[in-house]
Design a binder for this molecule. Sequence first.
Ligand code: CAO
Length: 415
Amino acid sequence: MKALEGVKILDFTHVQSGPTCTQLLGFFGADVMKVERPGVGDATRKQLVDVEGADSLYFTMLNHNKRSLTLNTKTEEGKKVLEKMILECDVMVENFAPGALDRMGFGWERIQELNPRMIMASVKGFGPGPYEDCKVYENIAQCAGGSASTTGFRDGPPLVTGSQIGDSGTGLHLALGIVTALYQREQSGKGQRVLAPMQDGVLNLCRVKLRDQQRLKAGPLKEYSQFGEGVEFGEATPRAGNDSGGGQPGRILKCKGWEKDPDAYTYFITQAAVWGNVCEVIGKPEWKEDPNYATPAARLPRLNEVFETIEAWTMTKSKYEVMDICNPLNIPVGPILSMKELAEEPSLRETGTIVEVDHPERGAYLTVGCPIKLSDSDVDVVRSPLLGEHTDEILSDVLGYDAAGIQKLKDAGAV
Ligand code: CAO
């Protein structure tokens, strides 16, 4: 038994944000039926193609544990099939551009009319307000949600991060909204709308930067390296490079081999509780008692000197040696791991976080399995569906069409 067994999802999502959400629901056992345009499908199937003629990794890695039904919802017959789907399913998930569903004739009022228990979940770039009609992709959300202005170095431009916090991050928010609405439906018997705007999701993940925005009123942000460098703060939360952003100062430091290996670095946190151990490890035992270094407050104006001294030590060790030495001393450190290293990491294979999947068009590839582990709901990662692979199956098993009915839909160009 899987956690979401029996939950039927009408998956109208495409690209990344929506598919991330429905893939998670699929990992937890929901029956995710992805509706795609006949002959076209999700645009990502044919984006960033690495194996000619095969679905791209962009598509396959975001659409496991789903069935694919092709349906042209701009035909009359297609609309009827969609109506039947709405009657059968518990949740409809979509991330079309604003207004697309209304133009299709399936706005929230119509959906409620058809199935009052339906949960209709949407990703949009922005919530209600001046930008609600805008199309949005990942990096726009990172910029509009506060991430870009607070990422990077003070003397450089705003930066987007490699983590897809706009798309995948919003997909996660949406998934939580959906299961919460399903839980409420147990009591209320009613469906509801779930909206996860990408700007709001990114801002939620940048919560600590809004914290700092307000702290600026009380004076400089002393844990930012610019404080120790004597650089004045402006009106808004500045970019903080690799400063930790929390109450325990930290930095990315070079390790042995950094000249040739772009990932020979470690993150090093000078947690106050283990300051004595840090001093011992880096060969500065005198700093334990020295009033200039002994307390967190005394160290704040000297963070550059502190981290330069620690770095002189980390540069003599590999990032793994730093981990091996610091871990037993409870000093929080972490190697900068490349995608290559993560792909090869045996422990991630064992936990099912990195999974090898076989695909009929492209052979074996690696994907990220379910990153959330439930002790009573195992995850079997099932390869992504080919376009329309389950059209007949869904039409007959879920919607009750017989062979003649299916043929009629095909003849009408509806599926
Ligand atoms: N049958 C017939 N028509 C279909 C269909 C189907 N099965 N599925 C989709 N369509 C139609 C839609 O009805 C829409 O038609 P109209 O514009 O004529 O009403 C059309 O396909 C295109 O949909 P779209 O506007 O959503 O797609 P796009 O490629 O132009 O825009 C995106 C893509 C992502 C910018 C936009 O969908 C968007 O802003 N989504 C919300 C935010 C979001 O999720 N962004 C993240 C995406 S991941 O980076």
